[in-house]
Design a binder for this molecule. Structure first.
Ligand code: ADP
Length: 480
């Protein structure tokens, strides 16, 4: 199904076949069957792609926002029309249930729509001068060639969330998707091709991550690195970007707390906690990693959550009615297991789950697991689990729980459940996170800024703030 495209690298508007021996296999994480082999590019291909993107930038950057908008809008439409098929491809390579995959594709298309609209609205400024003989203006201009590196957990939306604003701003792109999920990336690039994207504006290189990354980092023409992935790789990219003083936009790991106060709507809180923790099988950077529940409502809340967790259906994502797919690989499963074992050794109690799923599929499936009797020294309370495991700790006063919630190097998303407005505002202001969800655990939308503080990242994606990352503000000082 993917052949012509998978054995090629997309550079300057052409699918260039590379050495047929230079390929990497993509596996279905639910069955562990091979899906196909994908071209394994490296430095040489990346250099060519950067060259093409540099050339294309000359004309793409000079087009009007409205002209760029038309192409983005067309890509948005094509993506929506094809959402079901793209969803199937996404589930096959990533594992998430089909309904989530189709939802992701639609969300991914929405980033293209939002930035198609924003392309015409990159306003500058006219600054009132303090000197009579001067006029001062600020002109937004695209930063140039962008190196985009994306992860496997959202193989479609992490791409459009970067490419959408970059293209709207007038930048050109070299994209490197995750090796686990290159097929969605290939499909998205095909959509841009069909939408009439000029040659060289979007280029795709699959393959050797360190070599591709290094080619991006050491080439002066690449002016911005936009990355979503682990904090470790993000730090590496940030360090190496220093040599050319490249701009960086980094969406890294998280360790999100959910705080359920005593005045919370417990049904809503339990439903949302379930959605936050088990969507994509716990493999999102904004997934709840720890739950703090007020002592007076802990028993009732835990019972509600347990009931919901036990209704979750595990299985092959393409099958009807599945809520939880596999983890992406063995390493991911081992990590969940290690966090569980550590917690149990230190006294945690199992409320639900607590072991691997022993169904018929070969993939790495884990039963959704809820733990109580949690202490702060447990690994799960300090490191990102990235899997279907949630510890519940109780608390008695606001100040202590806020302190605990903030006691981490991460600062991406946090969530609170309360029906009191003043508490919602007070606690939101005190939480050291880039995102606070109040009675809401789904804050990733096209129109609002998404991004972490502390070691969770730099910069924003989404909203007009997301487009600012790809624009330089040039000051023109005029004597008249
Ligand atoms: P994960 O552990 O969840 O796969 P990573 O941070 O390793 O997260 O991967 C996110 C993305 O970064 C993927 O596309 C991956 O191939 C890429 N990547 C990993 N290492 C490097 C590197 N040294 N340089 C550039 N990209 C990298």
């Amino acid at each position: 199904m993917f052949d012509k495209y998978t054995k090629s690298i997309f550079i300057n508007g052409e699918w260039l076949a590379i050495d047929p021996n230079q390929t990497e296999t993509v596996y279905n994480p639910a069955t562990l069957d091979a899906i196909t082999d994908v071209a394994y590019g490296g430095r040489e291909e990346t250099e060519k792609a950067i060259q093409a993107a540099s050339q294309a930038f000359i004309t793409w950057g000079e087009m009007t926002g409205r002209e760029r908008s038309h192409i983005l809008y067309k890509a948005h439409q094509l993506m929506l029309e094809d959402a079901d098929r793209l969803g199937e491809i996404l589930t096959t390579e990533q594992g998430k249930p089909l309904k989530e995959a189709i939802g992701e594709v639609k969300g991914a298309a929405n980033f293209l729509l939002w930035y198609a609209e924003e392309a015409s609205r990159a306003y500058g400024e006219w600054i009132p001068s303090s000197i009579k003989s001067k006029r001062m203006l600020v002109i937004p201009q695209p930063v140039g060639v962008v190196g985009a590196i994306t992860p496997w957990n959202f193989p479609a939306s992490m791409i459009t969330r970067k490419i959408g604003p970059a293209l709207a701003a007038g930048c050109t792109i070299v994209l490197k998707p995750a090796p686990e999920t290159p097929l969605s990336a290939i499909e998205i690039v095909k959509i841009f091709e069909r939408a009439g994207m000029p040659k060289g504006v979007v280029n795709l290189v699959t393959g050797d991550a360190p070599a591709i990354g290094n080619a991006m980092l050491t080439n002066k023409s690449v002016r911005l690195i936009t990355f979503t992935g682990s904090t470790e790789v993000g730090k590496h990219l940030m360090r190496e970007s220093a040599d050319h003083v490249k701009k960086v936009s980094l969406e890294l790991g998280g360790h999100a707390p959910i705080i359920v106060f005593d005045d919370a709507d417990l049904d809503k809180a339990a439903t949302m906690a379930l959605g936050s923790k088990f969507r994509n099988n716990g493999q999102t950077c904004i997934c709840a990693n720890r739950l703090y529940v007020h002592e007076s409502v802990a028993e009732e809340f835990t019972a509600k959550l347990k009931e919901k967790v036990e209704q979750l259906k595990i299985g092959y994502g393409l099958d009807e009615g599945i809520d939880l797919g596999p983890l992406i690989n063995q390493q991911a499963s081992d990590k969940v297991h290690a966090h569980l074992e550590d917690a149990l050794t230190k006294g945690a109690k199992i409320i639900s789950g607590g072991n691997k799923w022993d169904g018929e599929l070969n993939g790495h499936f884990y039963n959704p697991t809820v733990l109580s009797n949690i202490t702060d020294d447990m690994v799960v309370m300090n490191e990102e689990t990235f899997g279907p495991l949630i510890p519940i700790q109780t608390f008695t006063d606001d100040e202590t729980v806020i302190k605990k919630a903030n006691n981490t190097d991460y600062g991406l998303a946090s969530y609170i459940f309360t029906e009191t407005t003043s508490r919602a505002i007070r606690v939101s202001e005190k939480l050291e996170y880039g995102i606070v969800g109040v009675n809401d655990v789904f804050p990733a939308v096209a129109e609002a800024p998404f991004g972490g503080i502390k070691q969770s990242g730099v910069g924003k994606e989404g909203g007009h703030h997301g487009m600012d990352e790809f624009l330089e503000m040039k000051f023109v000082s005029m004597g008249i």
